[in-house]
Design a protein around this ligand. Structure first.
Ligand SMILES: [Zn+2]
Length: 117
């Protein structure tokens, strides 16, 4: 069986083994197991990983957009607040599930887990 691409299945929030079943049962809650292939998803623990990647991606995007809008239109400061606070929130919340999906898929692919003594 050909293993699905971790980045594609992750971005689509699908099961890392079959690439068909849903990975999440809630917004960021990983399902107990895959409904299609039955893979036990208890191993999935991406911790703070997705948040870090989302911060490192969203922050430069927002900063560049704010600089561009500021230099081009020179709006009043409150316009920046109205523009960038919702944009940051929406972008971050939209990106968290796919990033978590990718990290869980990579964790499955590379059989990564916490160290044991
Ligand atoms: Zn599956």
């Amino acid at each position: 069986m050909v293993q699905p691409q971790p980045f594609l299945t992750g971005l689509k929030c699908r099961c890392p083994r079959c690439g068909k079943g849903k990975l999440f049962s809630g917004y960021l809650k990983v399902a107990p197991s895959c409904a299609v292939c039955g893979l036990d998803l208890k191993f999935a623990d991406s911790g703070d990983g997705p948040a870090i990647f989302v911060i490192f991606l969203v922050a430069p995007i927002i900063i560049l957009l704010a600089l561009f809008v500021g230099a081009t239109f020179n709006p009043a400061p409150y316009v920046h607040l109205i523009l960038w606070i919702p944009t940051t929130l929406i972008l971050s919340l939209a990106l968290l599930p796919p990033f978590k999906g990718v990290l869980v898929a990579l964790q499955y692919r590379h059989d990564a887990h916490e160290g044991h003594q």
